[in-house]
Design a protein around this ligand. Structure first.
Ligand code: 8DG
Ligand code: MG
Ligand code: MG
Length: 147
């Protein structure tokens, strides 16, 4: 049959903040393989950004989040990947419902594992949409607005 023309998709990803750290995992997915990225995934039909953020974090890490809020949006075109793609990526921010809860690697085919990292000591390499934000001077921690 005819090959459908590719279309942009919507990704929703989460800066999950715990004290002065945030959650990152090394990707095993084809886009951004072996780079550190935020938990997140595809917006489903009819879903709010907040619901998508909570669902993807739960599916990928087992963690329950709250205080979920919109941060920013970026336009990311991945032409050099095995499967060229285009994502409009919605960045949300959230905290743990229970700060003692520990992340689990629920989708080991998609991620090597989750850990907490300080903003001033991020692992390398970062997934490039995130790297671009860091280089632009962006900081996801709310207190940074007052520095
Ligand atoms: P799903 O089947 O669970 O819905 O999707 P997924 O397998 O979890 O999707 P994903 O690749 O983790 O996220 C969707 C897209 O969002 C990803 O291919 C590209 C875009 N994206 C960014 N930055 C980030 C990021 O930091 N983390 C994640 N997970 N995705 C990101 O542009
Ligand atoms: Mg997912
Ligand atoms: Mg994902």
């Amino acid at each position: 049959g005819p090959v459908p023309s590719p279309e942009p998709k919507v990704g929703v990803v989460v800066f999950l903040l715990r004290f002065q750290t945030l959650l990152l995992g090394k990707r095993r997915s084809s886009i951004g393989h072996s780079t550190f990225a935020l938990p997140g995934g595809h917006l489903e039909f009819g879903e709010s950004f907040e619901d998508c953020a909570a669902r993807e974090v739960k599916e990928e890490t087992g963690l329950d989040i709250e205080k979920i809020e919109f941060v920013t949006v970026t336009n990311n075109v991945f032409l050099d990947e095995p499967k060229p793609s285009h994502y409009v990526t919605i960045f949300m921010r959230a905290v743990l419902k229970d700060p003692q809860q520990v992340p689990q690697n629920i989708e080991p085919d998609k991620c090597d594992g989750w850990d907490w990292y300080e903003w001033d000591n991020l692992p390398k390499p970062l997934f490039w949409p995130l790297e671009k934000m860091v280089l632009s001077g962006f900081n996801p921690f709310p207190e940074s607005a007052f520095i």
